[in-house]
Design a protein around this ligand. Structure first.
Ligand SMILES: *[C@@H]1O[C@H](CO)[C@@H](O)[C@H](O)[C@H]1NC(C)=O
Ligand SMILES: *[C@@H]1O[C@H](CO)[C@@H](O)[C@H](O)[C@H]1NC(C)=O
Ligand SMILES: *[C@@H]1O[C@H](CO)[C@@H](O)[C@H](O)[C@H]1NC(C)=O
Ligand SMILES: *[C@@H]1O[C@H](CO)[C@@H](O)[C@H](O)[C@H]1NC(C)=O
Length: 222
């Protein structure tokens, strides 16, 4: 099983970490590429979103250390098929390519997300989103059909959906805080959301297809 996952990964992803075949600078998007960073997704000035026709995720990076993320995800809720939760998430900040092959993304603090859950006590709310995100492993490879492909791995080793290059110049909102956020004291909406025993951290935001075993990931990181 472990050998199989390793094999699968090494087939799908020919080069790891710094072995990228092109620069990470630019805009990348998964699936049908309807979710794209920049002005078409989030409008921070009035804390709103433009909903894309399909779910997906998109990352952009500048050459001078700024990033932006746009994510739209829907999740089914087990036995209640009508309880489909939608999450729209946007954030930006500065990133570092660490010497050990990880990427560290530190947000500006103006990120936000909208949760829509028809079966929750509060069915639709906005909250601030300011999680620092560490991606332990990443690579860029050439897909024969899709071209340059960015593969990011989450903190627990699970791969994100592959993202294809949209453009080699980043499509992003201005790389500075775009709305005023009063730091950490949580507002009433967030407290209510927490009372509903939900925490919408980064793990809830990413569509994960393959769970790689911890051992396999550890081997990859050696
Ligand atoms: C990999 O990406 C980094 C960061 O964008 C860049 O500095 C480096 O030149 C890239 N490597 C190759 C082989 O293109
Ligand atoms: C927010 O601002 C954008 C761009 O100015 C505008 O198109 C949109 O209608 C506004 N949305 C809300 C909810 O005010
Ligand atoms: C957002 O997170 C960063 C990094 O941890 C921190 O420096 C900043 O103060 C936070 N901003 C807010 C508004 O919470
Ligand atoms: C790389 O270094 C950072 C900072 O020390 C650390 O948080 C991260 O876990 C390291 N990544 C790996 C894959 O060990």
């Amino acid at each position: 099983m472990i050998v199989f996952s390793l094999l699968l990964l090494s087939l799908a992803v020919p080069a790891f970490g710094q072995g990228n075949v092109t620069s990470i600078v630019g805009t990348w998007a998964s699936g049908s590429q309807n979710v794209i960073t920049g002005a078409g997704f989030a409008q921070p000035a009035n804390e709103s979103f433009t909903y894309p026709p399909t779910t997906g995720l998109s990352y952009s990076f500048t050459g001078d250390g700024f990033y932006e993320i746009a994510r739209y995800r829907m999740t089914g809720n087990g036995p209640s098929p009508t309880c489909i939760t939608g999450v729209m998430n946007w954030c930006h900040g500065t990133y570092q390519l660490l010497a050990n092959g990880s990427i560290l993304m530190t947000p500006f603090g103006d990120g936000y997300q909208q949760i829509q859950d028809p079966c929750a006590a509060i069915s639709n709310f906005m909250e601030n989103y300011n999680d620092t995100e560490l991606y332990p492993l990443w690579t860029i490879y050439q897909d024969p059909v899709k071209g340059y492909t960015l593969q990011l791995y989450q903190w627990d080793g699970t791969p994100l959906p592959p993202q294809w290059q949209v453009s080699s110049s980043p499509n992003m909102l201005p790389t500075q805080a775009l709305r005023n956020v009063t730091p950490p004291t949580q507002n009433a909406v967030v407290l209510n959301a927490n009372a509903g025993e939900r925490r919408w951290g980064v793990a809830s935001l990413t569509g994960v297809f393959t769970v790689v075993s911890g051992l396999a990931v550890a081997s990859l990181l050696l």
